[in-house]
Design a protein around this ligand. Structure first.
Ligand SMILES: Cc1ncc(COP(=O)(O)O)c(C=O)c1O
Length: 414
C-alpha cells in the first residue's frame, strides 16, 4: 500500500498547503506553517507552541497565568484539584450544562449540588445559587452556555462573603463581554475548551485554564503535568542540567498528577487560531445576526435573553421553542426535520439535565443522593434549539438563516 507521503509528491503537498491557506475555512491562516514548524524543529528549545499559546493568552486577556491542557474536561479536573476539595465538600453546578462539570467534581471525591437556572438566559444565577449554599460549599462552577456571559458580579460577591471559590467554565464563551469586561476572568479560575467546534479549535481537542492566583496556577500546572516537582505557575522548559536529570538519584515528582498536557501540534494549531480569534468571533456573531433576523417576527421561537450589560460570543444562536406543538401539528422534532429537508443544518437540542444522564444517575444512586428536580432546567432543556454559528463563509450562514425564515413563514401561513 502506498503511504501518505508517497501519494503526495512535493508539488502536490505544496498545492495542498496553499489551498488550505486560501480557503475561507476553518484553518486558513498560519496553522499549516506552525504545524510543519513543530514537525521539523520540535527538538529546538525555542519551538514551544505550548509556551507561545500560554503567553499569548495571558497577554491578550490580561491574566497572570495560563496553563494549556488537552481538553476542557481535563482543565475542569485540574481546576477542581487545585481547590483541594475533600470528600464532604460541596460544589454548586448548574443542572443545565455538560456532564464534565460534574465529572470533574466527582473525580475529586466531592459532592455536586445541582442548581436551577434562569429560564430566559439559561444560566446559573445569584438567586438560585443562594438557595444552595451551605457551610460545606467550597466552590461554584458557573457555565456561560452558548457564549452568553454569566451575571458574575453578584455571584462573586456572595462567594467571597462565604469563602467560596468561583470557577468559570467558559468552554463555550470566548470574548463574551460582561459589564465592559471579558467574560471568564472575574472568578478564581477560568476554563476554556479548544475542542473542534469551539471558538478556537485545536483541530481535535485542547483547552486552557487561567487564573491570577499563583498558588492555584502552580497546583493546576503540576496536576496537569504529571506532578513534576520543578513545575511552577509559569510554563516553559526547565533549566535543570541534563546530568542532574539523568542521575539515578534524581527524584522528579512531588504531586500525584495526570498527563493532561497539550500536545505541541495542537498548540501550534490553537496558537494560530488565537492569533486570528477576533476574526473567528466576528463571523460567529455575524452568523448569529442572520438567524436573529430570521426569527424576529416568529411568535413561537424566542432567543436566549441577552441582558443589557452583556455581549454574546455566540458559540451557537440559541432559541426556545415555546410550545409543544405549533399549529397543533409541528413538534420540536418536526421543525428539526423540516429545516434539514429544506437544506438547513441539523441544530442541536440542549444536553439532557446533567443529573438525568445514566452515568451520573448511577453515581448519584450509589452515593445516596436525594431525588433531584430542577423546574426551569427541565422545562427549557426540552425547548432549546441551538443553531450553528461556526460558518466561516457568511453567505452560507445567510442562506441557512433564510431557509429558517422561509420555514417559519410557511408554518405560520399553513
Ligand atoms: C460548557 C462546556 N464545558 C466543558 C466542556 C468540555 O470540553 P472538552 O470537550 O474540551 O473536554 C465542554 C465541551 O463540550 C462544554 O461545552
Amino acid at each position: 500500500m502506498q503511504s501518505y507521503y508517497q501519494k503526495f509528491n512535493k508539488e502536490k503537498l505544496i498545492k495542498k498547503i496553499k489551498s488550505i491557506k486560501k480557503q475561507d475555512g476553518k484553518f486558513n491562516n498560519l496553522e499549516v506553517e506552525y504545524v510543519l514548524d513543530v514537525l521539523e524543529n520540535s527538538k529546538k528549545k525555542n519551538v514551544d507552541y505550548v509556551k507561545k499559546i500560554e503567553d499569548l493568552f495571558c497577554k491578550k486577556f490580561k491574566v497572570k497565568y495560563a496553563i494549556a491542557c488537552n481538553s476542557g474536561t481535563s482543565g475542569l479536573h485540574a481546576a477542581m484539584y487545585s481547590l483541594g476539595l475533600k470528600a464532604d465538600d460541596e460544589v454548586i453546578v448548574p443542572g443545565l450544562a455538560v456532564v464534565m462539570d460534574a465529572y470533574a467534581v466527582f473525580h475529586r471525591g466531592a459532592k455536586v449540588v445541582f442548581c436551577d437556572v434562569d429560564p430566559d438566559t439559561f444560566l446559573i444565577n445569584y438567586e438560585e445559587i443562594k438557595k444552595k449554599i451551605t457551610n460545606k460549599t467550597k466552590a461554584i462552577i458557573t457555565v456561560s452556555l452558548q457564549g452568553l456571559p454569566v451575571d458574575i458580579d453578584p455571584i462573586i460577591k456572595l462567594a467571597r462573603k462565604n469563602n467560596i471559590k468561583v470557577v468559570e467554565d467558559n468552554a463555550q464563551d470566548l470574548y463574551g463581554v460582561y459589564k465592559n469586561r471579558l467574560s471568564g476572568f472575574s472568578g478564581d479560575i477560568g476554563v476554556w475548551s479548544f475542542e473542534n467546534k469551539k471558538h478556537l479549535s485545536g483541530a481535535s481537542e485542547g483547552g486552557i485554564i487561567s487564573t491570577n492566583n499563583k498558588r492555584l496556577a502552580e497546583r493546576i500546572r503540576k496536576f496537569a503535568g504529571i506532578g513534576y516537582k520543578n513545575m511552577t505557575a509559569i510554563g516553559g522548559r526547565t533549566s535543570l542540567s541534563i546530568e542532574e536529570v539523568q542521575d539515578p538519584n534524581y527524584k522528579r515528582f512531588d504531586t500525584i498528577g495526570l498527563n493532561y498536557r497539550m500536545p505541541q501540534i495542537v498548540a501550534a494549531v490553537a496558537y494560530s487560531q488565537l492569533k486570528n480569534s477576533k476574526n473567528i468571533l466576528k463571523k460567529r456573531v455575524a452568523s448569529a445576526k442572520y438567524f436573529r433576523n430570521a426569527i424576529k417576527n416568529c411568535r413561537w421561537l424566542v432567543e436566549q435573553k441577552i441582558p443589557k450589560h452583556c455581549k454574546h460570543s455566540h458559540y451557537t444562536f440559541a432559541v426556545k421553542f415555546l410550545t409543544n406543538k405549533i399549529k397543533n401539528k409541528y413538534t420540536w422534532k418536526d421543525i428539526y426535520k423540516k429545516y434539514k429537508e429544506k437544506g438547513g443544518d441539523g441544530f442541536y437540542g440542549a444536553c439532557a439535565p446533567i443529573y438525568k444522564e445514566p452515568s451520573i444517575k448511577k453515581y448519584l444512586k450509589k452515593k445516596n443522593y436525594p431525588k433531584i428536580k430542577l423546574n426551569n432546567v427541565e422545562k427549557i432543556q426540552k425547548q432549546i434549539m441551538q443553531f450553528k454559528t461556526n460558518y466561516r463563509d457568511l453567505n452560507l450562514a445567510k442562506k441557512k438563516a433564510n431557509i429558517l425564515k422561509k420555514l417559519i413563514y410557511e408554518i405560520d401561513e399553513s
